[in-house]
Design a protein around this ligand. Structure first.
Ligand SMILES: [Fe+2]
Length: 244
């Protein structure tokens, strides 16, 4: 995968200067664009209510912001209200998302910043860095496929495998698994990343499903320790089953 996926005509419209200008005139635009992209990638459909819930804003606020995105030719809405990015909106969204993931790598791998806090900090920094610096980070970290939480870079060869991976909440008792990712939606769930960090539940960690108790908890075993994982967290963890 090459981070410089944009052709010259794209660069003219969505390069660093255009992105900074958009961020200055419409600060919430980048959050909206990346969130629309991520919901679409995960669920294949973006409704006003889902976007409002993910961004923690009201539905009227979403309608107003989507109206602004439409006026900037960055998003469209069909007659059922489904929101989609235009090709230009998609270029901005993927560019910002890649920067977000690379800043997470920088914070965690080079600056020893806590794994469970890097997402918040990357959100603050993602609009500030240049495409040149992003490309440098991409090479520095060995052209990674995923963010440190296991979410795939747009266009990564592993994107489909990671997006299609089953939810840990659906794993059967006795199943031995390896964790693949904490979804972007999960990263935003209060306390989830902290819980995963405390229990060393990171991508690559092996976990055996010992027992599922009721709707609310799932008991797992991670390197000899037994952990109770709330179902509300387990729905956001994706895994691959290990062969016996
Ligand atoms: Fe992440």
């Amino acid at each position: 995968m090459d981070i410089a996926v944009l052709s010259e005509p794209d660069m003219k419209n969505t390069g660093d200067l255009a992105l900074q200008e958009l961020h200055k005139r419409f600060p919430a635009a980048l959050d909206y664009l990346t969130t629309i992209f991520l919901i679409d990638r995960e669920y294949g459909k973006v409704a006003n209510s889902k976007l409002a819930a993910r961004l923690g804003v009201s539905k009227p606020a979403v309608s107003q912001a989507v109206g602004r995105l439409k006026r900037h030719h960055l998003a469209d809405q069909d007659s059922y209200g489904t929101i989609r990015l235009t090709p230009e909106g998609r270029i901005y969204a993927t560019r910002i998302l890649k920067r977000h993931y690379l800043i997470e790598h920088l914070l965690i791998l080079r600056l020893d910043y806590p794994w469970d806090k890097a997402d918040d900090e990357a959100l603050r920094l993602q609009a500030a860095i240049s495409e040149e610096f992003a490309a440098h980070l991409f090479e520095t970290f060995g052209r990674p496929d995923t963010c440190p939480h296991g979410n795939p870079f747009p266009g990564s060869p592993r994107e489909k495998e990671l997006l299609d991976a089953p939810r840990l909440s659906e794993a059967r008792e006795g199943c031995r698994t390896v964790l693949l990712r904490i979804t972007e939606e999960g990263e935003a769930v209060e306390g989830l990343l902290h819980f995963c960090n405390e229990n060393q539940l990171r991508p690559g960690r092996e976990l055996e499903i010992l027992k599922k108790a009721g709707d609310n908890v799932l008991l797992g075993c991670c390197e000899g320790r037994t952990i109770t994982i709330p179902q509300g967290y387990a729905v956001h963890l994706r895994y691959r089953a290990l062969q016996d």
